[in-house]
Design a protein around this ligand. Structure first.
Ligand code: ADP
Ligand code: MG
Length: 452
């Protein structure tokens, strides 16, 4: 702007002054008429063309994410033999992009052509009048050259304008992204968590991801420092949502959550999250070495600590077997490891983080019964020193919890110890009966290593 447009405007006004004072009025009329037509034409055509540019950018992102998606999910694509479907989908986006790219290019040619034409007409008119002037002797040859110079900056102006419009269009998505406000931010007066024993309290918590659909209603419970509380319930009951709320990925819509009597909305997210460790329901790993993924729990941990954590999670022997050991690269999202191996990596890194509060979200669901039993022992040991929330599908994993909450459709419908709940003869009792039956059936099948 400073180096091209402003000098040009200065030049233009000087020329206008000279034109108005030194020459006949017809030159001013022709010159400014041409400029007006030129500017009008450029604005109109550019505005119309921007549509294509925007569409092109949108389709470009779309094609990228489609390609990425189908490559990451290559197994699913192959399971269903949908290679051609993916190809078509990608191809369709690309050909729409191509279509727009061609329109964008041809419309630019039209723009250039039009701009050139307008200038040519203007120049020709000025030439005719000026040549006449030279012939009649009222103008000199120098005046004629001056007239021709007039139109050079005009073309330049058109180009600068186009470039600015283009750049703005390309940055449009970034501007929109920058304008987005994160839903969850630290409060202006947020304080660091003053960590005591790690008591967690949910007080009359209501929550919904979307307003139309309530997920949690009046959830009220406490896990005192060092206690182990289990949450059981059917899939979709809202169990994993509890851990997302505790991490403050979302804010509650009613009630509040406190850690050591501090409302988590008043805490910095960093201090809150560093106090909680989780083994999530679905573990995804970074496409890097096992070592990197383990150390993710606490990046400054030393090698001994990492190996110890691997040992606790019963993954050390597996790693030793690998040709590249700790340096084995796990593939996108950890696809080169089995579900159970990924889960054990997740357990190890949660251990490494050494948080006060631990959450296990169906943390052993992908393990075979032998490994699960072995880990369960260690986890029980670890849990003694932490405030622990265990989300489990298998009730047999939680019989030793200090309290068991039974959730159904976002409400706590029963709570108590295993014995108390069995006596209540409610949902827990039903689920227990059902799982005992399954277990008997499984045990009746001889020498098969099925998950229990
Ligand atoms: N990000 C989300 N947006 C909208 N709904 C969600 C989201 N995550 C989970 N849900 C819904 O919330 C309900 C509870 O989910 P979740 O807590 O994961 O259940 P579970 O008890 O099986 O762990 C489910 O019905 C699920 O469809
Ligand atoms: Mg869940």
């Amino acid at each position: 702007m400073v180096f091209s447009i402003i000098p040009m405007l200065v030049e233009f006004s000087l020329v206008a002054a000279v034109l108005l004072t030194q020459y006949e009025i017809i030159f001013t009329l022709v010159t400014f008429g041409t400029v007006a037509v030129y500017v009008g034409f450029t604005l109109a055509i550019t505005e119309w063309r921007m549509e294509y540019r925007h569409t092109m950018n949108r389709l470009d992102s779309q094609a990228n994410s489609q390609a990425f998606d189908s490559l990451i999910n290559y197994e699913t694509v192959k399971y269903f033999g949908n290679e051609s479907l993916e190809l078509e989908r990608f191809d369709e986006t690309l050909s729409r992009w191509e279509d727009n790219a061609v329109k964008s290019q041809t419309s630019m040619s039209l723009l250039n052509f039009g701009q050139g034409g307008i200038i040519a007409i203007g120049v020709t008119l000025v030439m005719i009048f000026a040549a006449n002037g030279v012939v009649t002797g009222s103008m000199s040859l120098g005046d004629l050259v001056f007239m021709l110079q007039l139109f050079i900056p005009l073309n330049f102006l058109g180009m600068v304008y186009r470039q600015i419009k283009y750049s703005l269009a390309d940055m449009d998505l970034i501007f929109k992204l920058l304008e987005k406000q994160p839903e969850i931010t630290d409060a202006a007066d947020a304080t660091s968590l003053q960590l005591g024993g790690g008591e967690v309290r949910f007080e009359q918590v209501d929550f919904s991801y979307q307003v139309e659909r309530q997920i949690l209603s009046q959830v009220d419970f406490v896990i005192r420092a060092g206690e182990k509380v289990a949450v059981v319930g059917h899939s979709g009951a809202g169990k994993s949502t509890l851990s997302r709320l505790l991490f403050r990925f979302y804010d509650v819509t009613g009630g509040c959550i406190t850690v050591d009597d501090q409302d988590i909305r008043q805490l910095t997210r960093q201090s809150l999250r560093s106090a909680i460790g989780i083994v999530p329901q679905d573990t995804v790993l970074f496409n890097d070495t096992i070592l990197y993924n383990l150390a993710y729990g606490r990046p400054d941990a030393n090698r001994d600590e990492i190996e110890e954590a691997a040992h606790i999670a019963h993954i050390a022997d597996f790693i030793d077997q690998l040709p590249d050991g700790f340096q084995t690269v796990v593939g996108e999202r950890g696809l080169k490891l089995s579900g159970g191996e990924k889960q054990r990596v997740a357990i190890a890194r949660a251990m490494l983080k050494r948080p006060r509060i631990l959450i296990f979200d169906e943390a052993t669901s992908s393990l075979d019964s032998k490994t699960e039993q072995a880990i369960q022992e260690t986890l029980r040991e670890v849990a003694k020193h932490h405030t622990t929330l265990v989300i489990a599908h298998r009730l047999s994993r939680v019989v030793d919890a200090d309290r068991i909450l039974v959730m159904e459709r976002g409400r706590i419908v029963e709570q108590g110890t295993h014995q108390q709940l069995l006596m209540q003869n409610g949902l827990y009792h039903q689920m227990w009966q059902l799982q005992q039956k399954e277990k008997q059936v499984l045990e009746a099948i001889p020498s098969t290593d099925l998950k229990s």
